[in-house]
Design a protein. Structure first.
Length: 237
């Protein structure tokens, strides 16, 4: 039997921690590894419990979540730990601060339990996940500051890698990409790894930005599932 994904819950409000624990422990493949109510405590508990995913609040006493995220991500003993930020606020400085600190995703507290559980699973599997409004604003932020590029395939990518990058940019999960392209999950993961290396991207969030910068998708509307739909520019042939 596969071991459950172990989650460290970090929030300064006991009621929210209790609610999150009920949701996480209610999923058969997830388990709460511990709790913390400050940024300092989050770092200490992460080092003590070595969780797979840290569900991190931002605004807390005793060190905020962004600084705690930075310290957890930089700790060599926690290389297998990923951070998913959960916040009431979608302010740009929080989103960009969390990303710069090394967070793998950013979810708002108005997400429903199913979205939260899915986000934890995807974060653990190496995917980045952002609330719809967050992803749209994140893309717009980067595009506003980037020099215009022609909508052409990057010269270093194969046709299949470009197809995968396009679907990543549209917000599809690995399973959805595998189904869309009729390839195995292992093949999808190989292509994702190649894309990260070739595009010098730290994580999936930066692949989304690359897809928009390359003109493979364009800003569109956010779906209820937390993904952003855009125009799919099909590869010739």
């Amino acid at each position: 039997m596969t071991a459950p994904v172990r989650v460290l819950v970090v929030d300064d409000q006991p009621l929210i921690r209790h609610s999150l624990r009920l949701i996480i422990d209610g999923a058969p493949d997830l388990a709460v590894a511990g709790e913390a109510d400050t940024g300092e405590a989050a770092v200490a508990r992460a080092r003590a419990t070595r969780p797979d995913v840290v569900l991190m609040d931002i605004r807390m006493p005793g060190g905020d979540g962004i600084d705690a995220t930075r310290r957890i991500v930089a700790d060599p003993a926690l290389t297998g730990t990923r951070v998913l930020v959960l916040s009431m606020f979608e302010l740009d400085e929080y989103v960009h601060g969390a990303l710069r600190a090394g967070a793998s995703g950013f979810l708002l507290k108005d997400a429903d339990p199913g979205q939260l559980v899915d986000a934890i699973r995807r974060t653990h599997s190496g995917e980045s996940l952002f609330a719809p409004r967050i992803l749209t604003r994140l893309v717009e932020h980067y595009l506003d500051r980037a020099a215009p590029r022609p909508a052409t395939k990057p010269a270093t990518l194969t046709v299949r890698e470009t197809e995968v990058l396009t679907l990543v940019g549209r917000g599809l999960s690995n399973q959805e990409i595998a189904s869309t392209l009729t390839i195995s999950m292992g093949t999808v993961k190989t292509h994702i790894g190649n894309l990260l290396a070739k595009l010098h991207a730290r994580d999936r969030a930066q692949l989304v930005i690359a897809a928009y910068e390359q003109g493979l998708v364009s800003p569109g509307r956010a779906t209820p599932a937390g993904r952003v739909e855009g125009r799919h520019n099909p590869e010739p042939g």
